[in-house]
Design a protein around this ligand. Sequence first.
Ligand code: PXP
Length: 252
Amino acid sequence: MTTPSSTILLGVNVDHCATVRQARFREHMLDHGDEVEPDPVAFALLCEEAGADGITMHLREDRRHVQDSDIRRAHEQIKTRLNFEMGCSDEIVALALDLKPHSACLVPESREEVTTEGGLDVAGQKARIADVVAAMTEHGIITSLFIDPDPTQIEAAAEIKSPWIELHTGAYANAYYHEGRAKELQVLKQGAEFAHQLGLVVNAGHGINYTNIKEVITIPHLHELNIGHTIVSRALFVGIKQAVQEMKAFLA
Ligand code: PXP
C-alpha cells in the first residue's frame, strides 16, 4: 500500500446537522426563536476550531436540509472556506454567483444529469456545464465537478476547463465489504492519476468513513476530501470536535 505524499485537506459536509434540525423544526423555523436546533453554522464553526480546512453545504432545490439563510450565514461567519455544493439550475447558479463562495461543487440534482454510478454527467451535457464553469470563473469562484472516476467524464471536465474535480467514492465505499473493493479502489487511483495528468486538482468524497479512509488516502494526488455522514454520526458519541480531530489525524 502506498502512502500519501503530503497532507490531504479535510472539508466537512455539515448537511446532516441541518437534516436533524429539519426533522423537528421544518415547519417552525421562524416561530421558535433560539429553540431551533441544531444550528449547522454553529456546528461548522466548531468543525473549524477542531481543524477542518473547509466547510461544505449543499443547498438542494427542495431545501430538504440546508436553507438559503444557512448558506448566507455560513459565508459570513466561517473563517476557512465555504464549498457550496449545488445543482446547475438557473436559480441556484444565480444564488452562487451572488454569494461568491470560495468554491462551488456541481452535483447532479435531476435524473437526466446523473451517470449510472451517480456522478454528474459532464460528458453528456458539456455545453450547459461549460457555461456554468465559465460564469463561476468570471466571478472568482473555483468550480469543482462531482464525477465518477471515469476517463470520459474526467476528460470532459478538463475540456470545459473546470479547475477542480471531486471523484465520487460511493461505488468504492459500497463495495468495501464485497469482492469489488480492490477494483473500485484501482479505478479511483487510475482516475486520480489521469485527472492529475490533465492538470485537474483532485478532490474526492461520498461514503468515506473512519475505516475506509485508510485506503482512500492511498489514492494519488488528493487535494481535499469532503466527508459528512460519518463525522456527524461519530459526533453524536464523542462530540464534533473530537470527531473532526480523529478524521484529521488520518490525513496528516
Ligand atoms: N461530496 C459530495 C459531492 C456529496 O454529495 C456528499 C454527500 O452529501 C459528500 C461529499 C459527503 O458524503 P458523505 O456524507 O457520505 O460523507
